[in-house]
Ligand binder design. Sequence first.
Ligand code: F6R
Length: 264
Amino acid sequence: MLVVLQRTKDEVSLQAAQMIAGAIRRNPSVRLGLATGDTMIGVYRELVRMHRTERLDFSRVVTFNLDEYLGIPPSHPQSFHSFMQQHLFSQVNIPRTSIHIPDGTIAHDYDAYCEKYEQAIRDAGGIDLQLLGIGRNGHIGFNEPMSSLGSRTRMKELSAETIEDNRRAFGPGEEMPQCAITVGIGTILETRRVVLLATGDSKAEAIAKSIEGPVSASVTASALQLHRDVTFIVDEEAGSKLAQKAYYDHVLKMTRALMPERLS
Ligand code: F6R
């Protein structure tokens, strides 16, 4: 596990974008697992900049998003389809057919739909690099506390905390979705590389528990301790409750010197 302590949110975005761009340059057909949310906006902005000014080519990239609200159409302004379209897909040269995002309009046969999503990931060859944010309650994707650590893509009920955090994006009086389709913890643990980003002090406790606490379904990001190649990139505020900062800096220094490819 690598913990990269950055000073600012912009530095977090830049480091993550550089790792994604490096993955695309090394393998133009890379399969990316993507996330939405405030933390990702700066990352996608930087990737769009690299596409425009450094010819970063998305034409063979394949993407699978983590999740989508249940009960809203892709055209809804708060859907994760709209988010991805606005912040990344409409601004880079990725073919429509290479983009996969769970369908929030399915109304029955959730299990069959979710199994098809899992199959599509397998058919594509699995996810090479998975980008993650983290909820205040330690969720990754929408794997809320007490999700099975072996869970697969499925319909998931959102927690009260997540509903409260995400409600502000919806208009006053507008109904906030109560459920989502999300890939599972087991699905995430099968990806080849994970990069998790966190910024701001509201994430400090979740980050400390995920990295230094016990592996527990009550903080689902802690399951990443079992992943073979995970990098946490956090700003000062999100990293403020970590106890082992000096050691992480030492590991980072050694990694930069001996295995720089792990950070590019
Ligand atoms: C969204 C997702 C979520 C978010 C998390 C943090 O696709 O998977 O786990 O990454 O809720 O959201 P922000 O970045 O808005 O704090």
